[in-house]
Structures are given as C-alpha cells and as structure tokens.
Design a binder for this molecule. Structure first.
Ligand code: F6P
Length: 520
C-alpha cells in the first residue's frame, strides 16, 4: 500500500470512530480545541471546531494532506507548472492579483509584466469611464454597464457586484447570462443605449449564449445610435480575432491568457465591469485581500493553513463520513450569490470521475453545494438540516460589523447565525415528544469577516479557490478542466439545427418526440 493509500485508510478509520462520538463531547475532552481549530488568515477568522473530527481525526487529516503531496503540488501550482494536465496549461490566477513587481512564470514563461500592462490599461479605462472623459456616441458620459457573459465570465463578477455595490454606485452594472431572450429583453428595456457601455466577457468568444446576447445588444445599440453605436462595445477575452470579427477592435479588448481558468477569472479583465462600477481602488483592494490569502496559503504550516483545513474538514465529511451535500449559508444579504458562485467553482472544478491520469478516482469527489442568504433559508430548507434523515454540513459565513440600516437588525442577524450553528451541533433532547427532538451533532464551519469590504471578499474567494485546489490534489483530479460541459454543448447545436429546419437526426424516442412537437 502506498503512503497516500495508507493515509486515506487511516482517515477513514478515524472518521468512523469519530462518527460514534458527539462533537460537543469533543470540546470537553480537548481543552485546546477551539484555539487549535480556529485560524486567522488575511483578515478572516475560520472556526472549524464544530466539525466532527477529534484530535486523532484531525491528525489523520493532516497526515493525509502531507502524504497526498499538498505542499509540493502547491509549490508547483505557484511556480506555474502544468497543473491543468488535460489542457496542458498552468493555472495561475494568483499572478493576476499579485502586487506590481511580482515575477510569476507560466510554464517557464514570465507573465507578470504583461499582467501589469493589462492592469494599467484597465485602470486608465476605468478612470476615464468613471470621470466621464470616455464618452458615448452622443457625447454623453456612461452611467450604465451591461455585462454579458456566462459561467466563469458571469458568476464571479455578478457576486462581487452584489456584495460590494453599496460602496459606490456612481455607475450601475446589469448582468445578462442566460440565452433565454427574456433575460436580455428585460435588461435592455431598463437601459438607455446612449449611456450604456456593453462589456462582452468571454474567454473563448465562442460561447453560444454570450454570442447570442452580444449580437442582440449590438443590434440594440445600432438600432438606437446607428453604426457609431458599435463604439459602446468593449470585450474581455483571450480571442482577439473573434472579437475583431464581431466588430470590437483590439484597442477596446482587454485580454488575458489561457492560464486563467474561466471560474478563476474575476481577477482578470473579466472583472472590468466591477472595476468600472466600484472604482479602481476597490478592485485593487479585492486583489489585495486575495493576494494576502495566497501568501497565507503558500507559507502557513498545514496545521494552521485556512484553505488546507477547510478542505480537510470538507473531505472528512465527504469521504470519511459519506456526506455528499453541503450548504453554504452567508448571513449577509449582499453575499446572497456566494453559493451560486461556489457551485461552479467547486462542482465544475471537482465534479470529476477520473484522475489526472484518466483512471477511475479512488474516492468520491465534489460535494453538491447549495444555499442563499440567511436568515431566509431558516424558513425554507433549514428544517431538513435540523431534523432530516441526512446530515448536511454547513459553512456559515457572517460579517461582524455593518453600518447599513437599523443597527439592531444586524445584531439580530448575527444572533441567528450563531444560534443556528449552535442548535445544529448541540440539538435538544425530547424523548417524550419525538417530533420536537433535535438530534444535534450536525457539523458546521464558521467563517467571520470583520466587515464586508473588497479586501475581505477577495480573501474569502481566494480561501475557497485554494480549498478546491487542496481537495483536487488529494482526489488526484484535474480541477482546472471541464470536459463534462462539452457533450451538452455539442448536442444543443445539433438539436438547434433541427429546430431551425435541418433534417432529423438520430435520437431516442423521447428526444425525437420533443423535437417534432416543438417544430410544430
Ligand atoms: O460552462 C463551461 C464554460 O466553459 C465555463 O468553464 C466557462 O466559465 C463558461 O463556459 C464561459 O466560457 P467563456 O468565458 O469562454 O464564454
């Protein structure tokens, strides 16, 4: 048996033993538990003491991280090695948020200078749009940005905008992702073409949904402003040729490179709309928080390393205790899209069934993630968390201080977050009335931000990015490809051709009947 296989076996044995204990009892048995399992990193506090691991379980998890080569692969990752093996690419989003003067290399090629070049061009553009110096075709300043993109070209910027927009609302940003025409129709109906900058965001600049929405926006601009309306189009992409073919010249394209994965791209020009809406300083602070988390991840010992410990806690539940679902519940309305964002980050990255080498994985991979903003979900699915037959671990995210709205409501919000985590773990015995019996022993993590600033949000996103990397390392999968999305895309194009009058293809009876019915 290899060292890694032995470490997995030891983790599973430790988790099985811990499954027989109650988490609350572990606090009595381990006086240092809270201190040992709470880590401060890049302004965040991450408390993993309500997770089901005993000291022995925790040590088995750390031993797994060591045997699984987390430190060595982390160094290769930061060193720009080919960690995305199926696409023969580096994955170097850390280079995008590093301060000027960094010396990142992707597969041996220096990249930091060109990153700084794009950043400088973005800053100049952002400042010009915000000051009104960069004007639209009718001579008016831009007051609205329409961000068109999907998946990684949408979820990160959309979440960041919702989280931070109260900080600065000089310019409004609207997001359109869905190919459903009602999405773009509703957005355009609320916008004034003379004052709208359209930012088309697509790494490949071939994505069906984005190209359809971009064409609709272009037609809308032309309809209102004539051909000069094209000047309102800006692109963020790696594909300059396709941008030019669409009618966006190189001087209005903000580029990035193939070592930036879509779901890791908010830090690149993909974040342009947010930078315009929030201002450059906020965008820089978002970068600074993520860079601080990078630094922590790179240097902190495994036992005190927040992304490593969060990954291990999740693996302990997923693999040690067989729990395939997790809730992410931010007690912050402004973080209400965090779970949507993590659905792509975690499930597209780690929803894999074969290893990097193409052999079946030895251990179950990504958990399914869901959640919205607390307290709303307490009145929706939390019943199942407290008394359902499955144990569903929760990541609580809370913000200690806020200046918005009635102060007492923020205290009520925090009280609920704390109480839910406590109730899930402690439960409440009631032998006489079984329907009022709460078994407890349901694990959670508690991540605390001091304030919901760009810096703290950057750190939070980077915490989860690196958590996904650690999990992927231990599961021995490629967290940076997404081949599973391709089959659906190919079949959608075939069905589209048929719906648009092409000859009938080979289909199962159900699919053929649907196509025939919709063709009328
Ligand atoms: O969903 C598949 C995917 O390839 C994602 O990985 C990506 O973020 C998204 O499509 C959008 O791709 P693009 O930025 O190339 O339009």
């Amino acid at each position: 048996m290899t060292d890694t296989a032995a470490a997995w076996t030891a983790l599973e044995a430790a988790a099985a033993a811990d499954g027989e204990r109650r988490i609350v009892d572990l606090f009595e048995a381990e006086p240092d538990r809270l201190k040992r399992l709470t880590v401060e990193a890049a302004s965040l506090s991450v408390d993993l003491s309500k997770q089901p691991w005993s000291r022995a379980g925790f040590e088995a998890a750390i031993a797994l991280a060591r045997a699984g080569g987390v430190e060595a692969r982390r160094d290769r990752f930061f060193g720009g090695d080919t960690v995305n093996v199926t696409e023969t690419r580096a994955a170097l989003h850390m280079a995008l948020r590093a301060p000027d003067g960094a010396a990142f290399e992707a597969q041996g090629r220096p990249v930091s200078k060109s990153v700084e070049g794009v950043r400088a061009a973005m800053k100049a553009f952002v400042d010009q749009v915000r000051s009104g110096a960069y004007k639209g075709a009718t001579g008016q300043a831009f007051t609205q940005v329409l961000h068109i993109g999907i998946g990684g070209s949408d979820l990160g910027p959309r979440m960041v905008w919702r989280a931070l927009k109260p900080l600065n609302r000089r310019i409004e940003v609207t997001f359109v992702g869905n190919v459903d025409p009602s999405d773009i129709a509703a957005a355009l109906a609320a916008l004034d073409p003379a004052r709208t900058l359209v930012v088309v965001v697509s790494k490949t600049f071939t994505t069906q949904e984005t190209m359809a929405n971009a064409a609709a926006a272009k037609a809308w601009l032309r309809g209102a402003l004539g051909e000069v309306g094209d000047g309102h189009l800006v692109a963020c992409s790696t594909n300059l040729e396709a941008c030019a073919a669409f009618g966006i010249p190189a001087e209005r394209v903000f580029g990035f490179e193939d070592w930036v994965g879509g779901r890791y791209s908010t830090w690149s020009s993909v974040g342009l709309s947010c930078a315009i809406g929030l201002g450059w300083e906020a965008f820089e602070q978002l970068h600074a928080g993520a860079a601080a988390m990078d630094d922590h991840f790179r240097r902190a010992p495994l036992e005190r390393n927040a992304p490593v410990l969060l990954a291990l806690a999740h693996i302990y539940n997923r693999n040690g205790l067989g729990r395939p679902v997790r809730v992410v519940e931010p007690y912050a309305e402004r973080l209400g899209l965090l779970a949507n964002y993590l659905q792509q980050l975690e499930m597209e990255s780690n929803g894999k069934r074969v290893t990097e080498a193409g052999t079946p994985v030895a251990h179950a991979t990504s958990t399914a993630v869901f959640g919205n903003a607390g307290t709303n979900d307490q009145h929706a699915f939390f019943q199942m968390l407290h008394q359902g037959t499955d144990i569903i671990p929760v990541d609580f995210v809370a913000v200690a201080r806020s200046d918005e709205g009635p102060a007492r409501q923020h205290v009520i919000l925090l009280a609920n977050a704390i109480a839910q985590a406590e109730a899930l773990m402690v439960g409440a015995a009631n032998a006489a009335e079984p329907h009022r019996h709460f078994p407890g022993d349901r694990p959670s993590s508690f991540i605390l931000l001091d304030r919901l600033t760009p810096y703290a949000l950057g750190a939070l996103i980077a915490l989860y990015e690196h958590k996904v990397f650690v999990e992927g390392t231990l599961w021995e999968i490629d967290s940076f490809d997404q081949w599973g999305v391709e089959l659906g895309k190919t079949l959608a194009n075939k069905v589209l051709a048929e719906l648009e009058g092409g000859s009938a293809g080979e289909h199962d009876a159900s699919t053929a009947a649907l196509i025939a019915r919709l063709k009328g």
